[in-house]
Design a protein around this ligand. Sequence first.
Ligand code: TGC
Length: 397
Amino acid sequence: VIAPRIDTVFDLDALLTDEEREWQQRARTVAQERILPIIEDDFEQKHFRRELVKVMGDAGFLGMHLQGYGCAGAGAVAYGLVCLELEAADSGWRTFVSVQGSLAMSAIHKYGSEEQKQRWLPGMAAGDLIGCFALTEPQGGSDPAAMITVARREGDEWIIDGAKRWIGLASLADVAVVWARVDDASGAYGAGASAVRGFLVPTTTAGFTATPIDGKLSMRASVQCDLDLDGVRVPADAMLPGASGLSGPFGCLNEARYGIVWGAMGAARSCLEAALERSMTREVFGRPIGANQLTQAKLADMFVEVEKGVLLALHLGRLKERGALTPAQISVGKLNSVREALEIAHQARSILAGDGITNAFPVMRHAANLESVRTYEGTDEIHQLVLGRALTGIAAF
Ligand code: TGC
């Protein structure tokens, strides 16, 4: 028995344009031909396959929702569908596309000078240059307002000192978008003393050290780093002129969180597909396990959550295309998608029984990856607090 393709059951395709379907198909092809054949080995070996960066660039996925500078200028839904298909293969590759396009490139595109955009964006869109986004610090990621990394002005230069943690791709990156508190009581270089500003730091700059974090049992096919910033000197024009205050980095986090709303549903779909196929081929007590009511109930619940999650993502995508998407709406999507994807991964594992803990199936890898996705770009608790504030008008943080 061949499992029906679950994404044809509900006919979500009917809600997409031809162009969106083309982007989705392109991402599905890249995922199937370039990522799936190698991902179990790469996950096992903790290997980030650098050569695939160019493949992502050639496919047009890097900064694909941005206009100009070699970017594809695609819509938010098309970008979401690409995130979904890449994460159906592995969260690490969707994370790469998010860090490059939604965080590093978005920061430059939203807040950079014309010269900064011309210098960095075309190479990043093509996959010739890698960017990273240095916001989170070792003392914790949930409260960027507690940032202690500082930039001091000395003559025509900024000198940056501090530390960052969990910075994706930093050891491979060509440029880092470093967020730092400007130590400037005069207010001459920022909107008031101690404003958080962004700086474009070439990673070859003296004093910039990126060290991959070892011992990860999640996101093993991608790289996250500790950053040490020790007297890093950059020219005055390295500052992003268009961002002052935390709304700068938060504006980029909105972009990345939006991609996760879609991406996590890709991981969920992959788990459901594995469980569905197994339920029709694996026999216990003389019949397929999918003939049991308890298994069918699990499959039905998983399917309902995948379909609801994709519909929610699509709704948020259409709002985003109209310029109407709010941070609280993104929190609904990020919280729901990742929470449900993890539950789906756990249910799929139970249907696969003992074999579900092996890498003969993608389910444990997705479950492990989703633990990271649940934590970065705002934990469940942060998004609950954002929604709690939106509902009550009272900030509980
Ligand atoms: P508050 O500090 O009062 O506000 C600061 C300013 O930011 C504005 N703002 C937003 N702007 C746009 N989008 C959003 N989502 C925004 N949220 C806040 C806010 O209006 C204010 O603007 P202004 O002009 O008045 O100065 O912040 P808050 O009280 O609103 O927010 C508190 C809280 C807890 C919600 C916020 O701090 C938060 O979202 N925390 C979670 C941070 C987070 O997600 N960290 C993980 C980042 S993941 C990462 O860095 C890794 S990158 C991936 C990789 O490299 O692999």
